[in-house]
Design a protein around this ligand. Structure first.
Ligand code: ZN
Length: 144
Protein backbone atom coordinates (compact mmCIF):
# COMPACT_ATOMS: atom_id res chain seq x y z
CA UNK A 1 0.00 0.00 0.00
CA UNK A 2 1.43 3.34 -1.01
CA UNK A 3 2.30 5.68 1.79
CA UNK A 4 0.44 8.94 1.56
CA UNK A 5 2.44 11.96 2.60
CA UNK A 6 1.01 13.43 5.76
CA UNK A 7 -1.01 10.41 6.81
CA UNK A 8 -3.21 11.60 9.66
CA UNK A 9 -2.23 8.58 11.74
CA UNK A 10 1.36 9.80 11.77
CA UNK A 11 0.38 13.35 12.59
CA UNK A 12 -2.28 13.10 15.26
CA UNK A 13 -2.59 10.79 18.22
CA UNK A 14 -5.65 8.51 18.37
CA UNK A 15 -6.87 10.63 21.28
CA UNK A 16 -6.69 13.78 19.20
CA UNK A 17 -8.50 12.16 16.29
CA UNK A 18 -11.17 11.02 18.72
CA UNK A 19 -11.42 14.54 20.13
CA UNK A 20 -11.90 16.05 16.66
CA UNK A 21 -14.41 13.39 15.72
CA UNK A 22 -16.41 14.17 18.85
CA UNK A 23 -16.32 17.89 18.09
CA UNK A 24 -17.48 17.26 14.52
CA UNK A 25 -20.35 15.03 15.60
CA UNK A 26 -21.46 17.61 18.15
CA UNK A 27 -21.32 20.40 15.61
CA UNK A 28 -23.21 18.31 13.10
CA UNK A 29 -25.95 17.64 15.59
CA UNK A 30 -26.41 21.30 16.38
CA UNK A 31 -26.54 22.22 12.69
CA UNK A 32 -29.08 19.51 11.95
CA UNK A 33 -31.19 20.89 14.78
CA UNK A 34 -30.94 24.42 13.37
CA UNK A 35 -31.89 23.29 9.88
CA UNK A 36 -34.88 21.43 11.29
CA UNK A 37 -36.08 24.41 13.27
CA UNK A 38 -35.57 26.72 10.30
CA UNK A 39 -37.52 24.53 7.93
CA UNK A 40 -40.39 23.99 10.33
CA UNK A 41 -40.44 27.72 11.12
CA UNK A 42 -40.69 28.64 7.47
CA UNK A 43 -43.54 26.20 7.01
CA UNK A 44 -45.63 27.18 9.99
CA UNK A 45 -44.89 30.67 11.19
CA UNK A 46 -43.96 32.84 8.25
CA UNK A 47 -47.24 34.73 8.58
CA UNK A 48 -46.57 35.57 12.23
CA UNK A 49 -42.99 36.55 11.49
CA UNK A 50 -44.25 38.73 8.68
CA UNK A 51 -46.44 40.65 11.07
CA UNK A 52 -43.61 41.19 13.51
CA UNK A 53 -41.27 42.45 10.84
CA UNK A 54 -43.86 44.29 8.80
CA UNK A 55 -41.76 47.43 8.48
CA UNK A 56 -38.67 45.53 7.38
CA UNK A 57 -40.09 43.52 4.57
CA UNK A 58 -42.47 40.98 3.27
CA UNK A 59 -42.87 37.26 3.69
CA UNK A 60 -40.59 36.97 0.70
CA UNK A 61 -37.82 38.74 2.53
CA UNK A 62 -38.17 36.45 5.52
CA UNK A 63 -38.32 33.36 3.37
CA UNK A 64 -35.18 34.46 1.57
CA UNK A 65 -33.35 35.05 4.84
CA UNK A 66 -34.35 31.62 6.04
CA UNK A 67 -33.28 30.03 2.79
CA UNK A 68 -29.96 31.82 2.98
CA UNK A 69 -29.41 30.58 6.53
CA UNK A 70 -30.35 27.07 5.48
CA UNK A 71 -27.93 27.23 2.57
CA UNK A 72 -25.16 28.29 4.91
CA UNK A 73 -25.99 25.57 7.40
CA UNK A 74 -26.11 23.01 4.61
CA UNK A 75 -22.67 24.09 3.43
CA UNK A 76 -21.30 23.70 6.93
CA UNK A 77 -22.97 20.34 7.19
CA UNK A 78 -21.36 19.19 3.95
CA UNK A 79 -17.96 20.27 5.24
CA UNK A 80 -18.47 18.44 8.51
CA UNK A 81 -19.55 15.29 6.70
CA UNK A 82 -16.49 15.53 4.46
CA UNK A 83 -14.27 15.90 7.53
CA UNK A 84 -15.86 12.85 9.16
CA UNK A 85 -15.29 10.89 5.96
CA UNK A 86 -11.66 11.97 5.89
CA UNK A 87 -11.24 10.70 9.44
CA UNK A 88 -12.45 7.31 8.24
CA UNK A 89 -10.12 7.54 5.25
CA UNK A 90 -7.14 8.51 7.41
CA UNK A 91 -6.62 11.83 5.66
CA UNK A 92 -8.16 14.08 8.27
CA UNK A 93 -6.36 17.29 9.22
CA UNK A 94 -4.24 17.34 6.08
CA UNK A 95 -4.23 20.60 4.15
CA UNK A 96 -5.91 20.13 0.76
CA UNK A 97 -3.52 22.61 -0.82
CA UNK A 98 -0.06 21.69 0.48
CA UNK A 99 -0.68 18.24 2.05
CA UNK A 100 0.91 19.29 5.33
CA UNK A 101 -0.75 18.72 8.66
CA UNK A 102 -3.09 21.42 9.87
CA UNK A 103 -2.16 22.57 13.38
CA UNK A 104 -4.01 21.04 16.30
CA UNK A 105 -4.90 24.51 17.59
CA UNK A 106 -6.55 25.42 14.30
CA UNK A 107 -8.49 22.17 14.21
CA UNK A 108 -9.66 22.70 17.77
CA UNK A 109 -11.02 26.09 16.77
CA UNK A 110 -12.49 24.75 13.53
CA UNK A 111 -12.55 20.97 13.35
CA UNK A 112 -13.62 20.95 9.71
CA UNK A 113 -10.85 23.25 8.47
CA UNK A 114 -9.44 21.92 5.22
CA UNK A 115 -6.47 24.21 4.80
CA UNK A 116 -3.55 25.02 7.03
CA UNK A 117 -3.20 28.57 8.22
CA UNK A 118 -0.47 29.32 5.63
CA UNK A 119 -2.61 28.26 2.69
CA UNK A 120 -5.64 30.01 4.10
CA UNK A 121 -3.64 33.23 4.44
CA UNK A 122 -2.19 32.82 0.96
CA UNK A 123 -5.68 32.44 -0.48
CA UNK A 124 -6.89 35.54 1.28
CA UNK A 125 -3.93 37.51 -0.03
CA UNK A 126 -4.76 36.30 -3.52
CA UNK A 127 -8.21 37.72 -3.15
CA UNK A 128 -9.97 34.41 -2.77
CA UNK A 129 -10.71 35.04 0.87
CA UNK A 130 -14.09 36.66 0.28
CA UNK A 131 -15.56 33.20 0.15
CA UNK A 132 -15.67 31.10 3.24
CA UNK A 133 -12.10 29.87 3.56
CA UNK A 134 -13.02 26.24 3.35
CA UNK A 135 -15.44 26.32 0.49
CA UNK A 136 -14.16 25.11 -2.80
CA UNK A 137 -13.98 27.47 -5.72
CA UNK A 138 -17.48 26.64 -6.87
CA UNK A 139 -19.63 29.74 -6.78
CA UNK A 140 -21.92 28.54 -4.05
CA UNK A 141 -22.72 32.14 -3.13
CA UNK A 142 -23.58 33.12 -6.66
CA UNK A 143 -27.05 34.23 -5.68
CA UNK A 144 -25.65 37.12 -3.64
ZN1 ZN B 1 -1.47 24.20 3.42
Amino acid sequence: MAKIRGDAKDVFTPDQIEEFRGALLQERESIVRQIRSLSSASLTSSRQAGEELADVGSDDFIRETELHLMTEESNNLAQINAALESIAAGSYGICVDCAKAISVGRLRAKPYARRCIDCKTAREENGDGFLDEDLDDEDVLAEE
